[in-house]
Design a protein around this ligand. Structure first.
Ligand code: KG4
Ligand code: ZN
Length: 354
């Protein structure tokens, strides 16, 4: 039986992670695809940005330059340009100067190697991160609903076919990850705040503080998290003013913040999944590393929509990485969606499904 192998080299530099990956996909008529991640290199700038309490775009861009070269050298190894067939790169959304580093590297590689280039939307990359789970890939049946929760985005996106998206809900202000990060910062916890809040929430009381759940009953699939940040600020100031900022109070507030975010995400996702009669629900993006969110969404689907497949992305591909960009790059390759290197530019503001 004839089979074809496609190796996608991917570069991701949209925010504060430099990442390079090589994905091998074997296509054979009448057989499921065989997908393997050959290289999965991620260099995080978190320690660099930690001292500023958040990502500094100029610092991020400058750090991407040597890291991109270093990871590419490592990934390509002795094979050099023979190690891949297609180049994929994140074109947007993201920080303009950071995106430029990956895009220029990809253009240079495409020019010198003569191999085709595909431009990838970072959010489609997050969606594709769930597809990298080989065990769950066989449950992919359209239409699917994707909850994309990251530091910059909170979106409910219908995935109606390969590369076919329809945005049905999004945040009107802060993203869920941003809400975690901002709450943590207000409480004096280091960046990024999501994992810090999650760790403290393990030993906190989620009912200790009554925090708002904006837009809970408005019938839309939109979110709003800026009110939560304000409520955390008042609560924290009050605790400080009354000398009650104990470790336990911090843990309790962390647990209450996490509960407010998780509850609204789960409720709206399940409601949208019911309304759209989807066959599966994807949970992707940095915030999907949150164990409580993962468990609660899984449990809610099992109880309320037992026939619907639950497809969270695998741990290794949750936070920004290039394996997910390679997977989305393979989709773009399958759709013949190539971009000549001469025409490729960054697209810092670029949503999917609108
Ligand atoms: O997808 P990602 O790596 O980068 C963006 O594209 O934004 O997401 C990063 C976000 C940060 O806001 C971080 O605080 C959050 O994901 N995050 C978490 C957890 N791990 C990372 N939020 C909640 N709980 C976690 N365990
Ligand atoms: Zn991301």
């Amino acid at each position: 039986m004839p089979s074809k192998v496609v190796r996608v080299l991917a570069i991701e530099t949209s925010c504060d992670e430099t990442a390079v990956s090589i994905l091998r996909v074997q296509e054979a008529v009448g057989k499921p695809l065989q997908v393997s991640v050959l290289q999965h290199l991620v260099s995080s700038q978190v320690p660099i940005h930690q001292k500023y309490g958040g990502v500094v775009p100029e610092v991020a861009a400058r750090s991407h330059v040597p890291e991109t070269v270093s990871l590419l050298t490592q990934a390509l190894g002795k094979q050099g340009m023979k190690a891949f067939d297609v180049i994929a790169v994140t074109r947007g959304p993201g920080l303009p100067t950071a995106l430029s580093v990956g895009v220029e590297a990809a253009r240079t590689l495409a020019w010198t190697s003569g191999k085709p280039l595909v431009a990838v939307n970072h959010l489609e990359g997050h969606v594709a991160s769930a597809w990298l789970d080989g065990r769950r890939r066989r449950f992919w049946r359209y239409p699917l609903l994707a909850l994309i929760v990251s530091g910059g985005h909170t979106e409910l996106v219908m995935v109606e076919g390969l590369g076919e998206y329809r945005l049905i809900g999004q945040t009107r202000d802060d993203a869920a990850g941003e809400a975690f990060d901002k709450a943590a910062k207000l409480m004096g916890l280091p960046y990024p705040g999501g994992p810090q809040i999650a760790k403290r929430a393990l030993v906190g009381n989620k009912r200790a503080f009554d925090l708002p759940r904006p837009m809970r009953h408005d019938g839309s699939y939109d979110f709003s998290f800026s009110g939560l940040k304000t409520a955390v600020r008042y609560t924290w100031d009050e605790l400080k003013a009354t000398n009650k900022c104990s470790e336990q109070a911090t843990n309790d507030l962390a647990a209450s913040v996490q509960e407010a975010i998780v509850e609204i995400l789960v409720e709206k996702t399940v409601a949208a999944a019911k309304h759209e009669k989807v066959k599966g629900v994807l949970l992707v993006g940095g915030v999907s590393a949150n164990q409580v969110l993962r468990k609660r969404l899984g449990a809610a689907l099992k109880k309320q929509l037992p026939g619907v497949a639950y497809l969270p992305s695998m741990r290794a591909y949750i936070t920004d990485n290039a394996a997910m960009i390679a997977a989305a790059g393979y989709w773009r390759y399958s759709l013949n969606d190539f971009t000549p290197w001469e025409e490729l530019d960054i697209t810092p503001e670029w949503n999917i499904g609108v």
